[in-house]
Design a protein. Sequence first.
Length: 216
Amino acid sequence: MVLHMVTLALSKGRVLRESLPILREAGIFPVEDIFGSRKLMFATNIQHLRLVILRGVDVPTYVQFGAADLGITGKDQLLEHGGEGYYEPLDLKIAPCRLMTAALPFVEVSFDRTVVATKYVNVARRFYAEMGRQTELIKLYGAMELAPILDLSDEIVDIVDTGNTLAAHGLVAKKLIANVSSRLIVNKIAMKTNFRVVDEIINSIRNVVGSDYEAI
Ligand code: PRT
Ligand code: MG
């Protein structure tokens, strides 16, 4: 029987480095060295499974529209994307960190509008709204730590791991928005139309990372 080709989208960077050993233990590996190549698409040892390497922020979009059947990316990216079009069956527990608000110390919480700079504008909008705080959001694509120092914003929403990056810029973490780790996501339609293959991939990864979630 010829099986339909399944595409698994991986996020480049630390999530990729931490995903590959899990996939290998699950019996899935690229047939060439990803890091020694400029290619973004790789065949695997499984004939009907290929890998594509994307920016983490793009993984939910590819999976939402079915361009990739499965994906691995940070929960931060899923929260920002909104979660439409896919299931999230597994927590891989890799690349752990926290989404937090941060600011310069000794700055009073403003009772009128707080200016917040972040690449996570949707996450920030929801979080401050839930706290009943008025915000003006400024979208950035990196170097959020500079924004309060250069008076672009009062606060930032960013990823914190050790806290060293904040400390190096004289900033302090304030509120925890979410604990983050990388998740396996699956296109909802692929889960139905290609159940046998997709379910087998989910199960082989679940056997490596353990299950937090009910089977879907
Ligand atoms: O362009 P983009 O950043 O999306 O991709 P990238 O290729 O640079 O990926 P990479 O390696 O940054 O990985 C991004 C994903 O890893 C995020 O979506 C998170 O799910 C996860 N992750 C885990 C982190 C961190 N830890 C982390 N420490 N992503 C980013 N950081 C950065 C953070 O932005 C901040 O600048 O590290 C700094 C904070 O770290 P500490 O240890 O100084 O607090
Ligand atoms: Mg990065």
